[in-house]
Design a protein around this ligand. Sequence first.
Ligand SMILES: [Zn+2]
Length: 454
Amino acid sequence: MKRLSLAAVSLIALMAAPALAQQTPTISENSVTAHIGFLAGEELQGRASATRDEAIAAAYVAAQFRLSGLTPVPGMDGYVQRAPVVKTTPSGAATLTLGGVTLNQGADFAIMRGGLNAASGAVTVAPSADPAALPAGSETLMVAPAEGPAVRALFGAAMRSGAKLVLLRRTEMLAQATSDGGSRDPVIRLADAAPSTGPVILVLSPEAYDRVAAAGGSIAYDPGASQVEQGFTSNAIGWLQGTDPTAGVLMISAHLDHIGLRSDGVVMHGANDDASGTVAVIELAEALAAMGPHERSILFVAYGSEEAGLLGSRYFVEHPPIPLEDIAANLEIEMIGDQDPQLPEGVMMMTGFTRSNFGAALKERGALVGPDPYPEQNFFERSDNYALALKGIVAHTVSGWATIPTYHTADDTIANLDIPFMTNAIQSLVAPLAAMADGGFTPEWSEGGRPAAR
Ligand SMILES: [Zn+2]
């Protein structure tokens, strides 16, 4: 067969594909692997919240946005929104004292939350671990939870009980949750937010717990010394200008930070949580930009400091680069690096699926999304979508496997990702999101689906 000249080949390709710009671009496993290799690789050390590693991750995402043809949001002078934070790093050991006896952090207890504040008061032992039956108005509340995930509900009830100090008897799950040394890691808050005044929650060894419960009386928690420094966290933000400024903006987001270098020297890479979602945002930006201008503008965001308490998204909604009422819907992508065996093959779960018509509309258009099989876990409120939902924006999170065993462990690495699943999941979102950006669909809350503003 005669070889055609290069020009002739190009011409034939053009004639065969007259609507080239409208075709759905292909997401390649190689591209996904390349991005995740940088974000979750050794060099970035797990992208810890409000660190230089996080800033480098944001700069990388910004560079990809630029490369894909996105611009800064009109009015911003670049692709990165910097949020000032205050970082407090404990430098001394915390202690608990009662009746002349001192209990030490590490040997006798671990800090679950609020460990920077001092707290003290008379001990009340809860008669049972039933969250609905916790005594109200006690100064120091002691509870012995049952083994298993029911501790989450108990935790919430303890937070609301009004106690200044909550002492939990250690269970297997609580031991795992506090195994990283708790308060040795820095506590980060937005500089324009007040320091937390919530209760101090400690997890006591069974021996220490039983001893305090038997002794009764008054107990005092001393957080020890700490160092305070100013810093910033970075949100990478890109803009794809639409043709109709009145059509409402579609927003696609993820969080780019993770836990980073733990105080015990272990690197937490967060390949799945949430380098995978960040890669999805990068890939979707490239694909949707390549499909040509859409009716709606599209905002792409990769937040910083999610792991420090959803700080990037909270800052974003308090300092939005565009009016929040212009955002028609937000899709947050979190942990799509592997699939939940409980879900139909290839399908992601969407949190709060029935709260709006957004998930059903994506699914109708071919997105591999379905309802969340764990409504009792309340994942809808536990991701960056929630800050926007509280402002009235139809906002949901899609995940491949929200209860994955590698969650917040040192095993959340690139080697443990399912790249074909992830690539396919991202691919399935391209055409449905493009269709939504091209109008003809208005995201709306279902009856009672919108969360009450706080
Ligand atoms: Zn996480």
